[in-house]
Ligand binder design. Structure first.
Ligand code: 5GP
Length: 243
């Protein structure tokens, strides 16, 4: 499948070149890490789930006016994507208190955020553990300029406005999620990049309250594979499978 040179290997994905310098292959692995690589494991089938969920959600977002790097699926764990230069920010959107926000502000997990969503920015740097930054840091250190920051914030809200009702329709509460953006190497357009999957979202079952995401792995809750399979089943049933 991968005839091109391997350009990059991350914790959950590998990127390969294609004959077109503006097009790459993103290949999803079953490897799982948490807590900045301190916890390591493997979730059988995860790469396939995350690839197919990401493809379906990128298609849905494109249909709702959000430009993404996604071009098409090559297999159940490989997607063709536009080459981008990643903006070194992780953009987290939160509809409910959970995870690091619960710890940082001493609030209970699950608490509603009535005037939300909250959008947070983290500096994407593994060696520093992706520290929280504010707009002033981003502008002062040139991580993004004002125009890009405003566009990224607006896109994060738009993505949330599309995904919350989509997930509600399949019985899942979109508690929070992480996005990454990049500049197209071909034309400089700002594109939604990386992945949107149970690895990068908190998804709580609306009927049972069960966590259907990577927190099952992070917190040793068991049933990780089943939760991932349940999510991909519901997403594809609602969004249709993606070619
Ligand atoms: P928290 O800051 O509470 O740990 O994470 C907030 C949300 O962003 C969660 O849905 C989490 O899955 C996602 N997230 C934040 N940083 C990362 C990251 O480095 N990797 C992954 N896979 N997800 C992240």
């Amino acid at each position: 499948m991968h005839t091109g040179q391997q350009l990059y290997e991350g914790k959950a994905k590998v990127v390969f070149a294609t004959p077109d310098p503006h097009v790459l292959v993103q290949s999803f692995k079953d490897d799982a890490t948490a807590f900045n690589g301190q916890k390591k494991g493997s979730i059988p089938g995860k790469g396939s789930v995350n690839c197919r969920v990401s493809a379906a959600l990128f298609r849905l977002l494109e249909a709702n006016g959000v430009q993404t790097h996604f071009l098409r699926l090559l297999s159940d764990r490989d997607m063709l994507m536009r080459a981008v230069r990643i903006v070194p920010l992780e953009v987290v959107v939160r509809n409910r208190v959970a995870g690091s926000l619960a710890k940082r502000l001493g609030r209970p997990e699950g608490e509603a955020i009535p005037a939300g969503p909250v959008v947070e920015l983290y500096y994407k740097d593994d060696s520093l553990g992706d520290p929280l930054v504010n707009e002033s840091h981003v502008l002062a250190f040139g991580l993004a300029d004002r125009e890009a920051l405003d566009a990224i914030t607006a896109l994060a809200h738009r993505v949330n406005a599309v995904l919350v009702p989509f997930f509600r329709g399949i019985g899942l509460d979109l508690v929070d999620f992480k996005l990454e953006f990049g500049r197209s190497l071909a034309d400089g357009a700002l594109l939604l990049a990386d992945e949107i999957s149970p690895d990068t979202c908190r998804l709580w079952d609306l009927a049972t309250g069960e966590r259907m995401d990577k927190d099952r792995f992070r917190r040793d809750l068991g049933g990780v594979e089943d939760a991932y399979q349940e999510v991909v089943g519901r997403v594809l049933a609602a969004a249709g499978s993606v070619e």
